[in-house]
Ligand binder design. Structure first.
Ligand SMILES: Nc1ncnc2c1ncn2[C@@H]1O[C@H](COP(=O)(O)OP(=O)(O)OP(=O)(O)O)[C@@H](O)[C@H]1O
Ligand SMILES: Cc1cn([C@H]2C[C@H](O)[C@@H](COP(=O)(O)O)O2)c(=O)[nH]c1=O
Length: 214
């Protein structure tokens, strides 16, 4: 039985998820609540190893279904080893990417039927859904330009055609419309300070009992 809170950050390449997460963390930590942050694929040794295989630029032979299964395998192990124990301890867990990444990238962008992506993920997660998902929406050209000029390594998926990135964004926008009870869209094209402020407001508004408005 989960007592904690699960929040996921989602969005196309360069939307600012990782940067915003680093900035909101100290603010959230001012409250009397234990927080852990983690990422997918990765977050634990085994899943980080799977990440290396999936994202290595030379691994162009990986097909869409293999990619889907590798992300799902990393997800299950990460949940079992890290996320579920933290939730059981009553912690707030924030994951940089989760199931909606698979639906947007492997489903809408790679053209694997979304129902298949959902079925594989349901199997991998035993149906676990986030309490809140923040979708960071940004024009794909803006996001990719940020990635290319930033200091993080460029991976195999960054190098996909612009058309695929457009499908990813359109996919996320559909997912957000389909799940308004869970997903809040943040305009990630704004100045970073405004994106951070919107993110904090969304979290504090959704969980007023955990954040007393400070
Ligand atoms: N609102 C913003 N305005 C301008 N630059 C930004 C903004 N948000 C993030 N950046 C910059 O964009 C780059 C990419 O940000 P970040 O790595 O946080 O994105 P991301 O969503 O985690 O990307 P990915 O999922 O592709 O790894 C970084 O150099 C970061 O400083
Ligand atoms: C979880 C997950 C991720 N992806 C993609 C999205 C990105 O291109 C990379 C992860 O890189 P990041 O710098 O950590 O954002 O993997 C995916 O296609 N499907 C997934 O389920």
């Amino acid at each position: 039985m989960n007592k904690g809170i699960l929040i996921t950050f989602e969005g196309p390449e360069g939307a600012g998820k990782t940067t915003v997460l680093q900035h909101v963390l100290p603010e959230l930590a001012k409250q009397d609540i234990d927080i852990i942050t983690t990422r997918e694929p990765g977050g634990i040794r085994i899943a980080e190893s799977i990440r290396e295989i999936i994202l290595a630029p030379e691994n162009t032979a990986i097909d869409g279904k293999t990619e889907l299964l590798l992300f799902a395998a990393a997800r299950r192990q990460h949940l079992n080893e890290k996320v579920l124990p933290a939730l059981a301890d009553g912690k707030l867990v924030i994951i940089d990417r989760f199931i909606d990444s698979s639906v947007a990238y492997q489903g809408y962008a790679r053209d694997i039927p979304v129902s298949d992506v959902e079925m594989i993920n349901n199997f991998a997660t035993d149906g676990l859904l986030p309490d809140l998902t923040l979708y960071f929406d940004v024009d794909t050209a803006v996001g990719l330009a940020r990635v290319m000029t930033g200091d993080r390594e460029v991976n195999r998926l960054d190098l996909e055609a612009q058309e695929m990135h457009e499908k990813v964004r359109a996919g996320y926008q559909k997912i957000a419309v389909l799940h308004p009870e869970r997903i809040i869209t943040i305009d990630a094209s704004q100045e970073l300070d405004q994106v951070i402020a919107d993110t904090l407001l969304a979290i504090k508004t959704k969980f007023p009992e955990s954040f007393d408005g400070n």
